[in-house]
Design a protein around this ligand. Structure first.
Ligand code: SAH
Ligand code: SF4
Length: 349
């Protein structure tokens, strides 16, 4: 067995880069196309599985190259079918991804991470408590999908950047990954959602990208005072400026955006807060997703509201937002800590 660390990782190279590499290694150029197809269309991760290559060619490629830099540390399956994956990067950092299936649709949604930790430090989010460690490369982002497709022998249909990290704080890699997911893996921008805490300059930039992604904003409080605490990036870009950038995004892209709102008992779940949220969203082309808080540890100072409160809150939001669609998001994978905000890579290094 060759020493893995000495092998060149070919995951993420585009076809012409792979062809040049093969030519430099005296491997016939047309092999690159074959290998490329196996990696991205069939999600294969070893040369032995590439059955249209001779055993000799498989051995030669295996002695020189490897496909990808992630390794799977753990795979957990929830009673509702949600799966959570803990991957190790080549530098030993750990990252989590989640695969969700919904009983009312055939599609499979993967929730992927864009950073290790996060600098925004929302007090209720496990990733936030880690602080910022590092940005993932675009290859590490798309490899999460390729790895999941390989493991589960299925195709992911939708992607949400709702795992660990603030995607717009890792802008270039997230945009490259979004484009590559379309061209390499076949998942178009319309099937990708980028969720952000509200990095205003990057929202403006995203609006100019000519990408049809869905933008989701984690609002969590419609008033600056409360939002300064719940989403500390709000101390930099206030709600008025943020909403202006969301409206601009809608105007430039013609896409409906999503407003996310984590419901926290006693903090942002009052009638007044619901009315403020409804009014703020009334003139924005959006859906509103209410996410009852998911507890990640037993001594958490935060709690979800009662079901009655959630129901009444959502009714008020609908009324004051001029009839916007308001969805209370069902949590998935709670028993394996795979729900929103619970990803923390429990094996902290
Ligand atoms: N950083 C981005 C994307 C990752 S978080 C963002 O904040 O939008 C994805 C969503 O999960 C965000 O709306 C976030 O606020 C929410 N979230 C975080 N912790 C949560 C928790 N414990 N319960 C419910 N939702 C949570
Ligand atoms: Fe970062 Fe999003 Fe968690 Fe806030 S909710 S700390 S922005 S990952």
């Amino acid at each position: 067995m060759p020493d893995e660390s000495l092998l060149k990782n070919i995951f993420g190279l585009n076809l012409s880069e792979l062809e040049s590499l093969f030519i430099a290694e005296s491997i016939e150029k047309f092999r690159a196309k074959q290998v490329f197809k196996w990696i991205y269309t069939k999600s294969v991760r070893t040369f032995e599985e590439m059955t249209d290559l001779s055993a000799k060619m498989q051995a030669e490629l295996s002695s020189k190259f490897k496909i990808g830099s992630l390794s799977l540390i753990e795979r957990q399956v929830s009673s509702d079918g949600t799966k959570k994956y803990l991957f190790s990067l080549s530098d030993g950092n750990l990252v989590e991804s989640v695969l969700m299936c919904f009983s009312d649709r055939d599609s499979l949604t993967a929730c992927i991470s864009s950073q290790i930790g996060c600098a925004v430090k929302c007090p209720f989010c496990s990733t936030g408590t880690l602080g910022f460690r590092k940005n993932l490369s675009s290859d590490e982002i798309i490899e999460q999908i390729q790895f999941i497709q390989n493991l589960e022998k299925l195709r992911v249909s939708n992607i949400v950047f709702m795992g660990q990290g603030e995607p717009l704080n890792n802008y270039d890699s997230v945009i490259k990954a979004t484009r590559d997911l379309g061209s390499l893996i076949g998942i178009g921008a319309r099937h990708i959602t980028i969720s952000t805490s509200g990095v205003v300059p990057q929202i403006e930039k995203l609006a100019e990208e000519d990408l049809q992604v869905t933008l989701a904003l984690s609002l969590h409080d419609a008033e600056n005072e409360g939002r300064d605490y719940l989403v500390p990036i709000n101390t930099k870009w206030k709600i008025a400026e943020l909403m202006q950038s969301m409206k601009n995004y809608v105007k430039k892209t013609n896409r409906r955006v999503t407003i996310e709102y984590v419901l926290l008992r006693g903090l942002n779940d009052s009638n007044e807060k619901a009315i403020a949220l409804g009014k703020l969203c009334a003139d924005l082309h959006c859906h509103i997703n209410l996410i009852p808080y998911n507890q990640s540890c037993s001594d958490s100072e935060f709690q979800r509201p009662s079901n009655n409160r959630i129901h009444y809150f959502s009714m008020l939001v609908k009324q004051y937002s001029k009839g916007k669609t308001v969805i209370v998001r069902k949590e998935k994978g709670h028993d394996i800590k795979a729900a929103c905000g619970q990803l923390e890579s429990s094996y902290r290094t």
